[in-house]
Ligand binder design. Structure first.
Ligand code: ADP
Ligand code: ASP
Ligand code: MG
Length: 412
């Protein structure tokens, strides 16, 4: 029988009522003749609560135990979904990551999926089971410990299962009815896209649009998974939601496809570091080892052989970055006069494959921000995106102004 993967996010399984509603959708696909792999998230708010408990135990906790705790939310919803399906006379069984087993690296809290053996679940399908409900977000390391895939990781579980089982489609059910030109919570002018290219979705996700985890888009692109984002609250229809697909399958699109933001950013500046070969390696090596996700980097002009080095990272990693730099200084690997952390910044980005062939997109972005009186602190660009770091208090304003300036409320 053809296989379908259906993933339900936190809000879609937040109560037993909603689990029942999701289970009805699954039941309909079973009636349509599919074997279904359901991937569930924890009930909404649950993972945050568990992370909070772990953080209360101390600031430098053991990541293996963090994973043991925060993976548990998904176990509850997997069991409840299986029970609900059984109540509806749909043969269903739940699976935790280790039971599949979903094999990952041992990078706790941000593990990568290495392999998903299909034998166990296919064996059960052959025996008449119609739905495998799999706890998202979790796996097992080569050492036999429970791992998690990073926040939002159930999306990646879903796409990886779709690839491993050769599913006809991977449907991501969430609380919005598709991928929008920007987060619909920021502007009511945000427009739902019928289709978006893998490349653009990848950029939007990695720049902060949390509707899909970045890694899930990477996997979908690599294994050519038919990936759809749709609402679990609306009636089912065949062309609902947004299809994430190859660029060639999209006829017309705007130069800028969307605006993304990331609220919790920090800008760090190392003052007066020596301007010599190897200095960047001496700074960013230890930061990488400390697990700091450095994003933007700017090296300022040299003055008397000294320079300032500025970089951005998530606010939550500032303490780790400061410690890594202090340690490197104490070890004599680098010298600097001061480390200034600006923790009140946000990143706003515009993304679009049309930028490859259109000049002036960045200039228009900067003019728009100027007209709103928003100061730009750091800029980075790539072939299909421009990102700026600005004061956090202007973030919403900037997103709305850019959405207007690039005419995103209207289709091309
Ligand atoms: P789930 O719990 O179902 O995984 P998430 O909260 O992780 O849901 O992702 C859905 C949310 O992503 C939406 O509620 C929306 O606020 C946010 N979002 C951010 N950017 C976008 C975008 N471009 N299109 C749609 N939703 C977006
Ligand atoms: N429950 C996890 C989280 O909140 C994984 C997910 O929902 O995708 O990050
Ligand atoms: Mg999510």
């Amino acid at each position: 029988m053809p296989t379908l993967v259906m993933k339900f996010g936190g809000t879609s399984v937040a109560t037993l009522d909603r689990i029942r509603r999701a289970a009805k959708r699954v039941g309909r696909e079973v009636a349509n003749g599919y074997d279904v792999i359901v991937i569930v998230s924890a009930m909404s708010g649950e993972t945050n609560k568990l992370v909070g408990f772990v953080e209360e135990t101390g600031s430098f906790y053991d990541a293996r135990e963090y994973d043991a705790v925060v993976s548990s939310g998904e176990n509850v919803t997997a069991g409840l979904m299986a029970l609900t399906l059984q109540e509806m006379d749909v043969p269903a069984r739940s699976w935790q990551g280790w039971q599949v087993p979903l094999l990952t690296t041992s990078a706790h809290a941000s593990a990568r999926i290495e392999e998903i053996p299909t034998d166990n679940i296919n064996g059960k399908f052959a025996e008449g089971m119609r739905v495998a409900v799999v706890a998202g977000f979790q796996g097992i390391s080569p050492e036999g410990r429970i791992t998690t895939l990073g926040r939002g990781g159930s999306d990646t579980t879903a796409v990886a299962f779709a690839a491993a089982f050769g599913a006809e489609r991977c449907d991501i059910y969430t609380d919005v009815d598709g991928v929008y030109t920007t987060d619909p919570r920021i502007t009511s002018k945000a427009r739902k896209l019928d289709k978006i290219s893998f490349e653009e979705m990848l950029e939007l996700a990695s720049l902060g649009a949390k509707v899909l985890q970045t890694r899930s888009v990477e996997l979908a692109m690599r294994y050519n998974v038919r990936l759809r984002v749709l609402s679990s609250f609306e009636e089912m229809s065949d062309n609902a939601g947004t299809l994430v697909c190859a660029e060639e399958d999209i006829m017309e699109s705007n130069v800028v496809a969307g605006v993304a933001y990331s609220r919790e950013e920090a800008k760090m500046t190392l003052q007066s570091v020596e301007d010599r070969p190897g200095i960047a390696a001496a700074i960013f090596g230890p930061l990488a080892e400390a697990g700091v996700n450095v994003d933007m980097i700017v090296q300022n002009i040299s003055d008397g052989g000294m320079t300032d080095m500025t970089f951005s990272c998530p606010v939550g990693e500032v303490a780790r970055a400061e410690k890594a730099m202090a340690d490197a200084k104490a070890a004599g690997d680098i010298g600097f006069a001061g480390l200034v952390a600006d923790t009140d910044v946000a990143k706003v980005s515009i993304v679009g494959i049309g930028m490859r062939s259109h000049a002036g997109v960045a200039a228009k972005m900067f003019q728009t921000l100027r007209d709103e009186g928003v100061n730009i602190k750091v800029i980075t660009t790539s072939e299909i995106k421009v990102s700026v770091l600005i004061d956090r208090k202007y973030m919403e304003l900037a997103v709305q102004a850019l959405h207007d300036a690039f005419g995103l409320e209207k289709a091309a």
